[in-house]
Each structure stands twice: as C-alpha cells, then as structure tokens.
Design a protein around this ligand. Structure first.
Ligand SMILES: [Zn+2]
Ligand SMILES: [Zn+2]
Length: 180
C-alpha cells in the first residue's frame, strides 16, 4: 500500500508500506479521503509543530474517513464491515484526572494520529489502510459525501469552541485559523 510520509522539513514522500495488521480491539480502515490540517503543513514546512519535532519518519494526517475492512479480533464492537466511517484521531488514556473527570478531549496522555508529541510517533492516516482502535470509529450518516465527512474533526473542534463561548448571536467574534 502507499502512504504519505514526512521525513523532515520539505521532505515529504509517497512510499510503499506494509499493510498494518489490526491488533485486538482494532479495526482496519481503507482510507478514502483526508483533510490537510495546519499541523500537517507545519510538519512539512518546519519539521515540527511547536515543541513537537520529527525524530523519525511519520505518516501525516488525522482528519480521515474511510471504510471498515476488518477487525483484529472477532466480536470487537464497532460498525460492520463495509461501513463508511470517520476516524476520531484522539485516543484518550482513560485514567488521567481529566479522563476520569469526563473531559477526555483534554487528556494529558492522549495518542493522536499523525503526531510527533510522543516517541515513537503516532503514525497518521494518509495511507491506503490504517489500523485504529475500533472505539475511534464513527459511522457516517447515510448519504453524506465522504469528501465532506473528512471535515468532521475540524468542524467538531469549532462547534465545541462555539458551544463553550455561549450564545454568540449578535456578538463580534474572531475566527482564527482557516483550517483544512
Ligand atoms: Zn487538524
Ligand atoms: Zn487521559
């Protein structure tokens, strides 16, 4: 299969890679579309994002949609084989104070697709096939164009921020970051 791998600033390669084998509790997803995030561009242009520096080759991409191909273990709960899905890019640890408090989106030890925050880096989603925890799959509503569904993650970020800001009707707002 092919994948889009960043090796350092200005060094982005489309490479032949082995198809990942999903482990227990994981799903194998055939990726159809991915949104290019500002962070992907930073890895490409600068070799890192903020404090996160590339220390090994890494598949980019965390805004991906695709189709469920297989599960790593029988009986894994998740959408059926062939279901179009969006992939939630963050896998929270489940045990830190924030996770226990129900604020999994700010988990202090999260694993994030296509991120050099930890080492080894968490490989991303710009590949023909990816193996991800089945709990990270979100079945797409029928009739939703998968190209548009690739915007689900950045849209969710914006909706969450707007929700926390309260009623914005009639307010002046700053919209920063053009997103993908
Ligand atoms: Zn993003
Ligand atoms: Zn956590």
């Amino acid at each position: 299969m092919r994948g889009c791998v960043i090796h350092g600033a200005g060094d982005l390669r489309v490479e032949e890679l082995p198809v990942p084998r999903p482990g227990p509790g994981e799903a194998l997803v055939a990726v159809d579309y991915g949104g290019v995030c500002g962070s992907d561009l930073h890895y490409w242009r600068h070799g890192g994002v903020g404090d996160f520096r590339l220390r090994e080759p890494m598949l980019l991409g965390h805004e991906v949609v695709g189709t469920v191909v297989a599960y790593g273990s029988p009986g894994t709960p998740g959408p059926g084989i062939g279901t179009p899905v969006a992939v939630h890019p963050a896998t929270p640890c489940g045990v830190c104070p924030e996770c226990v408090d129900g604020r999994r989106n700010v988990c202090r030890d999260t694993r994030y697709l296509g991120s050099a925050a930890r080492f080894p880096h968490v490989q991303g989603g710009f590949a023909s096939r990816i193996a991800v925890p089945a709990a990270q799959l979100r079945a797409l509503p029928s009739g939703l164009d998968p190209r548009r569904a690739a915007l689900a993650e950045p849209l969710a970020v914006a909706l969450h921020a707007a929700g926390r800001a309260g009623d914005l009707t009639g307010r002046h707002v700053l919209v920063t970051g053009a997103g993908p």
